[in-house]
Design a protein around this ligand. Structure first.
Ligand code: GUN
Length: 292
């Protein structure tokens, strides 16, 4: 059984990006600049954005965090997005989700300039992805492709089962795994809350990508021998005995499923760190496109 080590792989990618940024600096060029907008005080969101900003520092990018209160109106947020769209110093930016309920998320994502949309959430970029055109691929699916690629996992002609149809992970993943090329050329089944008899489907899968957010959902009896298991679940389970007051767990019953799998991602240390590395990669891509 091979552990797909997202922590190590993301470190490799960050080192590669650091070298490219150093080269930019040596040539007197502007370095990539990522901005992150965060509305409100959600603990997980603040942790994620903090990690993104630290990752920028680590590779030599410039970064800007824009913090707005929980009471921010849609108009105020749209105004902030307009400022970032028109600021030539910013190469790419993200609006951390979820947003407070008075704000229409779709409207906000539509307002981001597709050329600065390093999350790849704008409908233009999502459409470009579905049509095999160059675009920003959403960071989590992009990170999974990169892990499969770097570990030479064969996806060609394989049956990939995706669990969960979120706009951020499941839906784009189902498109990407079925695209021409590598990693891709898979036969994809997208399953969700209305799927009947899910065990019958998952037990036929060569590759399972689960993005549900239900701890321990994928059990050993749902998986065939030598399947490749990608766990995108990140759930905080309250636990007073830990210093942070919680622990992080995935969608997979790791102890039992790992005994059957050929490859598996741990949680934490699998897909999570890859997401941040690929956001950096998209920001570098944005800088290169703006320079061209
Ligand atoms: N919330 C959870 N994942 C993400 C992500 O990849 N990007 C943004 N902007 N918000 C998120």
């Amino acid at each position: 059984m091979i552990i797909l080590d997202g922590k190590k792989t993301s470190n490799d990618i960050k080192n590669e990006i650091t070298e490219i940024v150093q080269e930019m600096k040596n040539n007197g060029e502007k370095v990539p600049h990522l901005a992150a907008v965060i509305v409100g005080n959600d603990g997980a969101s603040l942790t994620y954005v903090g990690s993104k900003v630290r990752a920028c520092e680590r590779v030599g990018f410039e970064s800007t965090m824009v913090r707005m209160p929980n009471t921010t109106s849609e108009t105020e947020l749209l105004k902030e997005i307009e400022k970032l769209n028109s600021n030539p110093d910013i190469d790419g930016f993200i609006v951390q989700l979820p947003l407070p309920k008075q704000i229409d998320t779709q409207k906000v994502l539509m307002a981001v300039d597709p050329d600065k949309d390093v999350d790849g959430f704008h409908p233009t970029n999502f459409g470009r992805m579905a049509l095999d055109m160059s675009t920003f691929i959403p960071a989590t699916p992009f990170g999974i492709l990169e892990l499969l690629d770097r570990y030479n996992v064969d996806t060609q002609g394989k049956h990939t089962v995706v669990i969960g149809r979120s706009h951020i992970v499941g839906r784009p993943m189902s498109i990407l795994m079925g695209r021409k090329g590598f990693p891709g050329n898979s036969t994809v089944t997208l399953t969700h809350s209305h799927t009947k008899n899910i065990t019958q489907i998952t037990s036929q899968a060569d590759i399972i990508i689960t993005a549900l957010g239900v701890p321990g959902f994928l059990k050993a009896e749902m998986v065939k021998d030598d399947a490749v298991i990608i766990d995108v679940g990140i759930t905080r389970v309250p636990d007073e005995s830990r210093e942070r007051g919680y622990y992080i767990t995935g969608d997979v019953d790791y102890e039992n499923v790992s005994k059957k799998a050929s490859h598996i991602t741990p949680v934490p240390g699998g897909v999570g760190p890859m997401t941040i590395a690929m956001l950096l990669k998209n920001t570098l891509l944005a800088r290169e496109r703006h320079r061209a």
